[in-house]
Design a protein around this ligand. Structure first.
Ligand code: ZN
Length: 337
C-alpha cells in the first residue's frame, strides 16, 4: 500500500513534467502526506497540486518546500517585517517542515495576510506561511499547552510520523461489517464511550467520566472488560469539551495508549483546562486524582486537530469528518465512513 501510494503520487508529479527535483522527500504527518519539492514552480502551485492529489489518491496532502529552495531565514524574516510594517508579531521558523508561523493578536495582521497575499509571500520566500491568532488576554492554559505539544519539537514530529505509518498501513480486509459497543453513555448521562471496530481497525468515540458517580466502576467507561483494547486502538475521537465526553481520556495515556486523538481546534484548550482544573481541585480537596499533569501532557502531544467538513483518513478503512454540532464552541458531529 505504502509503495503503491508512493508510486501514485510520484506518477502524478511526473505527469506534470517538471523533472527530478519535483519530489525530494515524502513523509507522513499524522493523517496527512507531506511532499517536499525543490521545484519552485511546483511549490508556487502547492494548493492546486495538493487538491489534484487529494482527488487522485483520496488522502490529505500538503506540499512543502525543500530546504534548498527556501529563502535564508534572516532574509525571509526581514522581508516579512517589511510587509507587516509595525504590526506586533512573533515570527518563528520551523526548519523541519519549512513553515513560518506568524503569531499576533492585532487584527491588522489578519487584514494584511489575506489568502492572496499569503500565496504571494510564499512564492517569494518559499516557506509556508501560517498566521496564528494569539489570545487578546494572556492565557496560561494556551501557553502551557504549547509547551506540552511543542516543548520538544522533534518528538512531536516523530509522533506524527509514527501515527502516519499506522494510518497508511495496508488494509487487509474488505470493509463489510462494523461492531459497535457502548462502554458508557447509553441510557445515562456521563462516561460516553463508543467503541467502533472493523476487521482492520478499532476506534474509540469519546471517553468521558460520569461525574455524578461515587463508585469507580460507575464513573469510568467499561474498558475493564478488555483492557488490552487500549494497546490496540487506532484512534480516539473526541466530539466536544465536556467532561462526560473526554474526562477519562488522560487515563488511556496513563495506561499506555500512544496513538492519535482527533478533535476540533477549540476543543483542545478547553479540554486541557478542564483536566488541569480537575487535578487541581482533587489536590485541594485531598482526593486522589485519576491522572496527573504528566498524563495530560502525554495526551496533548498526541492530539491532531481537524476542521469541520474535511474528510480525513484515520485508519486503513476508516475516514472521519467533523460537522458543526452547535452544542458548545468546537463541538462536532463525528461521521465515521
Ligand atoms: Zn456536552
Amino acid at each position: 500500500m505504502l509503495s503503491k501510494l508512493r508510486m501514485d503520487i510520484l506518477n502524478y508529479l511526473a505527469s506534470l513534467g517538471r523533472g527530478d527535483s519535483t519530489v525530494t522527500r515524502l513523509e507522513f504527518e499524522g493523517p496527512r502526506i507531506a511532499i517536499y519539492t525543490a521545484d519552485p514552480s511546483v511549490f508556487a502551485e502547492r494548493n492546486n497540486v495538493a487538491r489534484e492529489l487529494v482527488n487522485l489518491i483520496k488522502k490529505r496532502v500538503v506540499v512543502r518546500p525543500d530546504e534548498s529552495i527556501r529563502m535564508p531565514e534572516e532574509e525571509a524574516r526581514r522581508r516579512l517585517k517589511e510587509i507587516l510594517k509595525d504590526v506586533q508579531t512573533n515570527i518563528a521558523f520551523d526548519k523541519d517542515q519549512g513553515e513560518v508561523v506568524i503569531e499576533g493578536s492585532d487584527q491588522a495582521l489578519f487584514s494584511i495576510l489575506t489568502p492572496d497575499v499569503i500565496a504571494q509571500i510564499e512564492r517569494e520566500i518559499r516557506w509556508i506561511v501560517s498566521p496564528v491568532r494569539t489570545p487578546l488576554l494572556p492565557s496560561r492554559t494556551v501557553e502551557k499547552l504549547k509547551n506540552y505539544i511543542y516543548g520538544d519539537g522533534e518528538e512531536r514530529l516523530e509522533t506524527l510520523r509514527r501515527i502516519g505509518e499506522m494510518v497508511f498501513r495496508e488494509q487487509l480486509f474488505e470493509p463489510r461489517e462494523v461492531l459497535v459497543s457502548f462502554l458508557g453513555g447509553a441510557m445515562q448521562v456521563g462516561r460516553s464511550a463508543i467503541l467502533v471496530r472493523t476487521r482492520d481497525s478499532t476506534v474509540m468515540m469519546d471517553f468521558g467520566i460520569n461525574a455524578g458517580a461515587s463508585k469507580m466502576d460507575e464513573m469510568l467507561p467499561k474498558i475493564d472488560f478488555s483492557p488490552e483494547l487500549i494497546q490496540r486502538l487506532d484512534a480516539v475521537v473526541i466530539t466536544h469539551s465536556h467532561m462526560d465526553h473526554h474526562g477519562a481520556l488522560p487515563l488511556l495515556y496513563k495506561y499506555g495508549y500512544r496513538g492519535p486523538v482527533y478533535m476540533t481546534e477549540p476543543t483542545l484548550p478547553l479540554m486541557v483546562m478542564e483536566h488541569l482544573d480537575y487535578i487541581n481541585l482533587a489536590a485541594k480537596t485531598g482526593q486522589h486524582a485519576l491522572y496527573t499533569e504528566q498524563d495530560v501532557r502525554q495526551m496533548a502531544r498526541h492530539v491532531i486537530t481537524l476542521r469541520y467538513n474535511v474528510v480525513t483518513n484515520i485508519a486503513p478503512d476508516i475516514r472521519l469528518t467533523f460537522y458543526n454540532a452547535g452544542h458548545i464552541l468546537g463541538s462536532a458531529i463525528a461521521h465515521l465512513h
